[in-house]
Design a protein. Structure first.
Length: 221
C-alpha cells in the first residue's frame, strides 16, 4: 500500500467494496532502510495470512469488520510488484489460494515466486490493465499475461499511459489523469460481473474501457 493508491481505494470503497490494503513489511517504500525485494517470494503467503485474519474478524462480533465480508466473494487487486504478487496468489500453483474468486493486475508480469506454474491449476476470472507507454514493465508483459490466462479474461490497454496511470500528476483534484476513471470503474464493473454475476456490468465494462485515445478492451469470457 502507499499514498498513490488512495484515490483508487477510496472510490472502490465508496462503491460498496470492503477494501483491505496491507503494507508488505519489506517491499513498502516506508520500510526501515527503504524498500527491498528480498522478501518478495513470501508476499503471496502474507496475503493469505491477512485474508484469514480479516475473515476471522468478520465472523466475530464487536469489531468494525463484523459481518462485513462475504467469504464467497473475495477478490485481489494489485499494481506493479503488488500485481505480480496477486497474480501468483490467484493463478500460480506455487502460491494460489482457493478462497480468491477474481483477480485484477495493473502493470504486472509473470514473475518467479517459487516452484510453480502460471495458469496450470485452478483458474479465476482475470482483468489485466496495462499502460501502452509503461517504461517500467513493458506493455508486452501485460499482453503475455492475458494471452497465457484461461477464460474468463479481460485486458484493458491504457493508451499512452505510463507505469502509474492513476497518479495525480496535477495537484488540482479536478484534473485527474485521463485514465483514472477507466481504472476505477472497470474494476468495479469487473468485480460486479464476476462476484455478483451482474450481466449489466459487462455492458458497462465494455463502454468505460473502450474509449478512443484513452483505452481499449479485449475479452475472452
Amino acid at each position: 500500500n502507499g499514498p498513490i493508491y488512495g484515490p483508487l481505494l477510496e472510490q472502490w470503497a465508496t462503491a460498496g467494496f470492503v477494501v483491505i490494503a496491507p503494507t508488505f513489511p519489506l517491499s513498502s517504500i516506508s520500510a526501515p532502510g527503504g524498500a527491498s525485494v528480498m522478501d518478495d517470494i513470501a508476499q503471496p503467503e502474507d496475503l493469505s495470512f491477512v485474508l484469514s485474519k480479516v475473515l476471522s474478524l468478520s465472523g466475530e462480533k464487536g469489531n468494525v469488520l463484523s459481518g462485513m465480508i462475504d467469504p464467497r466473494r473475495i477478490s485481489a487487486v494489485g499494481h506493479s510488484l503488488g500485481a505480480m504478487t496477486v497474480l501468483a496468489w490467484a493463478e500460480n500453483t506455487c502460491c494460489e489460494d482457493p478462497r480468491v474468486d477474481a483477480a485484477v493486475v495493473f502493470d504486472g508480469v509473470e514473475a518467479y515466486f517459487g516452484k510453480g506454474s502460471f495458469f496450470a491449476g485452478r483458474t479465476v476470472p482475470l482483468l489485466v490493465l496495462h499502460g501502452t507507454a509503461d517504461q517500467t514493465i513493458p506493455y508486452a508483459k501485460g499482453r503475455q499475461i492475458y494471452m497465457d490466462a484461461k477464460s474468463p479474461k479481460f485486458m484493458i490497454s491504457l493508451i499512452g499511459a505510463p507505469h502509474v496511470s492513476f497518479l495525480q500528476f496535477s495537484l488540482t483534484p479536478e484534473k485527474p489523469p485521463i485514465w483514472e476513471h477507466v481504472d476505477v470503474q472497470s474494476v468495479i464493473d469487473f468485480l460486479e460481473l464476476e462476484l455478483d454475476h451482474d450481466s449489466a456490468a459487462l455492458k458497462s465494462l465494455a463502454t468505460v474501457s473502450d474509449e478512443p485515445g484513452v483505452a481499449s478492451l479485449q475479452q475472452a469470457p
